[in-house]
Design a protein. Structure first.
Length: 400
């Protein structure tokens, strides 16, 4: 996990020509000096010499969500918003109807830079503030049990209430998308009257939410009590999400009456992300050879999506999530945390299956050739005897 340092937030002002999924096309600094970087590609684009700056996909996705313009007829003044050496957001200058023009470049200040001061005031009394590439979140009082809700009897897993700021929204104008759409309309119609008021209305999108917290040494009170936090869980049906209540889902991961298990889809997604970041030796925990042997299919991606999402692995959900939490705990690179957070959110939504759902999925009367992964008779027998999904919840002490 990465402890947040507000002093690492900053805005760098440049002229921007284009935003793609992986790159920013930058022409010059705000003062007109060429934007040069030996680490980045220098190319010609539409009669401009530009520097292609590599960005994480989460940055472009956040930009596209709130901005309808991805390319500009002429270089547009913009703010590249950084945390340390990593770009976490991009903000373009808006037309100011009150001035009847764009604000003078040398005087323009990004909304992002304005809300840094507000954020500092909000978090000054917080004990733990973290950044994971998706959010900045904090716990006001980690010892206040009123903000904690146990989901395992031993206290190793619990829901922790937090305050947070979504990085993709930090410093945005409240009506960012409407304003950029209005600007396009006014340019196309050549009507200045259509320009929307764009006087700065920077705000700090402060929210209250929940994270899944894991305390691996809960059973060892004499050891250091490490706490690992998941990304902020969604309880709302937001545009572009899976429309699932993630908070409700994690409450159920340790249920004894209807236990949950990681699925083949969990194994595929986790292996892809963990293998890419840390090497495929780190995915041995998933025991993918046993899944291949059980299913008889070497390329697990060829298994139908319905079966991948419903076929359980031979472990409990808490065991598999504990494994993932170990990577979140050790990781301090912001871009790696972005990838881990994205994978974790996907798995919470799509990588777990409950015993009741398994029994429903493999209902009587279904032909075996419709489910080619395993022998249906053996599967039902093992489910009934709980032989397929033997809990494996022994947890060793974890060192800091």
């Amino acid at each position: 996990m990465l402890q947040f340092d507000i002093n690492k937030l900053r805005s760098v002002y440049v002229y921007l020509l284009k935003v793609t999924g992986d790159y920013l096309y930058v022409t010059t600094h705000r003062n007109g000096e060429p934007y040069l970087s030996t680490a980045e590609d220098q190319v010609s684009y539409r009669d401009h010499k530009v520097t292609k700056i590599k960005i994480h996909r989460s940055v472009s996705q956040g930009f596209f969500k709130f901005n309808v313009m991805k390319e500009f007829s002429s270089p547009r003044l913009a703010s590249l918003n950084y945390y340390g050496s990593d770009i976490i957001g991009v903000e373009i200058q808006m037309f100011n109807r009150r001035l009847g023009a764009f604000q003078a470049a040398e005087n323009w200040q990004s909304n992002f830079s304005k809300v840094i001061v507000k954020l500092g005031e909000v978090i000054k009394d917080a004990e733990n503030v973290w950044i994971n590439g998706q959010e900045i979140f904090w716990v006001k009082n980690a010892e206040d049990t009123r903000s904690m809700f146990n989901i395992t009897n031993d206290g190793s897993y619990f829901i922790q209430m937090v305050s947070y700021v979504k990085l993709s929204k930090m410093g945005l104008d409240r009506f960012q998308k409407q304003k950029t759409a209005k600007e396009i309309s006014s340019v196309n119609s050549d009507s200045a009257e259509e320009l929307h008021e764009t006087v700065s209305s920077a705000y700090l999108p402060l929210s209250t939410g929940s994270v899944l917290a894991y305390k691996p040494n809960a059973a060892y009170p004499d050891l250091e009590q490490i706490v690992v936090y998941s990304p902020v869980l969604s309880a709302d049906k937001e545009f572009g999400t899976s429309n699932k209540d993630e908070v409700r889902m994690v409450y159920s991961i340790a249920s004894e009456t209807n236990p949950s298990y990681p699925t083949i889809e969990f194994a595929i997604r986790a292996a892809k992300t963990i293998g890419k970041l840390y090497g495929y030796a780190e995915t041995d925990f998933l025991d993918i050879p046993s899944i291949i042997k059980k299913t008889g299919i070497v390329n697990l991606q060829k298994i139908s999506e319905k079966c991948r999402f419903k076929t359980p692995m031979n472990m409990r959900a808490t065991t598999s999530i504990s494994w993932l939490m170990g990577f979140l705990h050790r990781e301090t690179d912001l871009n790696n945390l972005r990838d881990l957070s994205k994978m974790f959110k996907f798995i919470i939504n799509n990588g777990l299956v409950y015993r009741n759902s398994i029994k429903t999925f493999y209902r009587e009367g279904v032909k075996e050739h419709d489910i080619p992964l395993i022998n249906l008779a053996d599967f039902n027998s093992e489910i009934d005897d709980a032989g397929l999904m033997v809990p494996n919840d022994s947890i060793e002490p974890v060192a800091a």
